[in-house]
Design a protein. Structure first.
Length: 406
C-alpha cells in the first residue's frame, strides 16, 4: 500500500488543507494526488456548512409544506422537529407516488374502478395514522429512505389490527367482484371477447439461460423487465439504465433514451446477445430489436446545468478520454454530478470533443452551442486612425489635402 497526500486549497475560504488516502502502489498514489489537488477545492468546514445550509433550506420547505397539508405539529427539540418534518414530508411523497403508480397499473383491468377505490381507502388509512404520529423521535428512528413498502409497514404497524382487517376486506371484495357464474356468459346472447394477443418471443441461437426474460411497457410508458434472480440479467439491465423499483427492473424513458419502444428494443437486443430468450411487448418491437433498427442507448452525453449555463460531460470512464476532456479550457470535475463541468465559453472545444468521441448532445446543449456560435464572429482588426485624422473625417468627411481643386 502507498500513502497518498494531496495539498489542496479551498476556493471558498482560502484555507489550505490535506486529503489522505491509500492506493495499491506509488504510481496510483501520485496519480490520485494530482487529481485531488486539481479537483478537491472545498475544505471540510465549508462542505459541512454548505450541506447544513441545504439541509436547513430543505427543512424550512418541509415545514411550510406540513402547514399547507394541515399536519399536526411535531414534538421534540428544535433540531429533531426540523429533521423529522423533512422525513415525514418525504415519506408522504414516497407513498403518494407509490399509490399513483399502482393506480396507473390498474388502468385497463376488468376491476379497475374497484382497485382504485381500495387504493384510496388504503391511502386514507395511512394518512389518518400519520396524523397521530406527532413524536419527532419516532420519525427519526423509523426513517427508511424512499421505500414505500417499508413506510407502509412501519406506519400501518401503529394500528396493525385495523390495517389487517382493511386488507382482508379488500381481498374479499376483489375476489367477489367477478363470480364464477358471471364469467360463464350465455353464448347465445353475449359475443365472445377477443382473445388476448400472445406476446412474441425471440430465442437466440446461443441461448445460455433457461426460460425467457419479459419486457413490458406500462400504461404510463415505463419499461419493465422481469426474470428470475440472476446476476447476468441484473448486469445487463443495469448497464441499460434500468433500476430496481416497485419489485421490478424499471426504466422511465427520457430525452437520452428515446421513447419506450426504443428502450424496449435496445434492452431486448442486449438480452438476446447475452444468451437470454426474450418475450417482447409487440411484434414490431421484437423485429426492431432483432434487426438493430433502433437508436442504441448510450451513457456518453453532454448536457447543460446551472444558472450560469455550464456544459457537463458525463460518463468519461476512459483515462485517455478523461485527459482529453480535461484539456478543454475551464473544465473541472464535479463530484456531485459525476461529470466534467465546462464553461459555455469553451463551446467550440465541446463541439470538437463530442464529434471526435461520439458523445451525444441534449437539446439544451445543442441550443447553447447554437447560441454561443451566433455570438462569435470572425473579424479583421484594423490599426486605429490617429486623433487628428479621425477628427477631420468626422467633421469634413474627407481630409482637405486630398480634395480635388475646383
Amino acid at each position: 500500500m502507498a500513502k497518498a497526500t494531496a495539498y489542496c486549497t479551498c476556493e471558498k475560504c482560502g484555507k489550505e488543507f490535506t486529503k489522505i488516502t491509500y492506493k495499491q502502489n506509488s504510481r496510483e498514489a501520485r496519480s490520485w494526488e494530482a487529481w485531488a489537488e486539481a479537483n478537491i477545492t472545498e475544505c471540510d468546514d465549508c462542505q459541512a456548512a454548505r450541506i447544513q445550509a441545504a439541509r436547513d433550506e430543505e427543512n424550512k420547505k418541509s415545514a411550510e409544506q406540513a402547514k399547507m397539508l394541515h399536519l399536526p405539529v411535531l414534538e421534540g427539540s428544535p433540531k429533531q422537529v426540523a429533521w423529522a418534518e423533512t422525513i415525514r414530508v418525504n415519506a408522504m411523497d414516497t407513498l403518494r407516488e407509490s399509490f399513483a403508480r399502482k393506480r396507473e397499473d390498474a388502468e385497463g383491468e376488468d376491476n379497475e374502478d374497484l382497485i382504485k377505490e381500495l387504493l384510496d381507502e388504503q391511502q386514507t388509512f395511512l394518512w389518518n395514522v400519520i396524523g397521530t404520529l406527532t413524536s419527532a423521535a419516532w420519525w427519526i428512528d423509523n426513517r427508511c429512505s424512499d421505500s414505500a413498502r417499508m413506510w407502509t409497514r412501519k406506519i400501518a404497524g401503529k394500528d396493525e389490527k385495523a390495517w389487517n382487517e382493511l386488507q382482508k376486506a379488500a381481498k374479499a371484495r376483489i375476489e367477489g367482484k367477478v363470480s364464477p357464474e358471471a364469467s360463464q356468459a350465455d353464448e347465445s346472447v353475449t359475443e365472445a371477447e377477443p382473445e388476448t394477443p400472445v406476446q412474441p418471443e425471440a430465442m437466440p441461437e446461443n441461448q445460455t439461460h433457461d426460460g425467457a426474460a419479459v419486457i413490458e411497457i406500462t400504461a404510463s410508458k415505463a419499461v419493465v423487465a422481469r426474470y428470475e434472480k440472476n446476476d447476468d440479467f441484473r448486469a445487463v439491465v443495469k448497464d441499460a439504465g434500468f433500476s430496481w423499483q416497485y419489485s421490478t427492473w424499471r426504466c422511465i424513458p427520457d430525452e437520452k433514451t428515446g421513447d419506450a419502444e426504443n428502450v424496449a428494443a435496445d434492452l431486448g437486443n442486449r438480452l438476446l446477445k447475452a444468451g437470454f430468450a426474450v418475450i417482447f411487448p409487440s411484434q414490431e418491437i421484437m423485429e426492431k430489436s432483432v434487426t438493430g433498427d433502433f437508436e442504441p442507448i448510450t451513457k456518453n452525453w453532454i448536457s447543460v446545468v446551472g444558472a450560469n449555463k455550464h456544459f457537463i460531460i458525463t460518463h468519461v470512464a476512459d483515462d485517455n478520454m478523461y485527459k482529453e476532456a480535461k484539456r478543454i479550457p475551464g473544465s473541472k470535475w464535479d463530484r456531485f454530478s459525476q461529470g466534467l463541468l465546462v464553461p459555455a465559453s469553451s463551446w467550440a472545444e465541446i463541439q470538437d470533443f463530442a464529434r471526435e468521441n461520439e458523445f451525444k448532445l441534449t437539446q439544451g446543449a445543442q441550443e447553447l452551442l447554437a447560441q454561443m456560435g451566433k455570438a462569435s464572429v470572425v473579424v479583421n482588426v484594423a490599426d486605429p486612425a490617429s486623433g487628428s485624422a479621425k477628427q477631420f473625417l468626422n467633421e469634413n468627411g474627407i481630409i482637405p489635402d486630398l480634395m480635388d481643386e475646383a
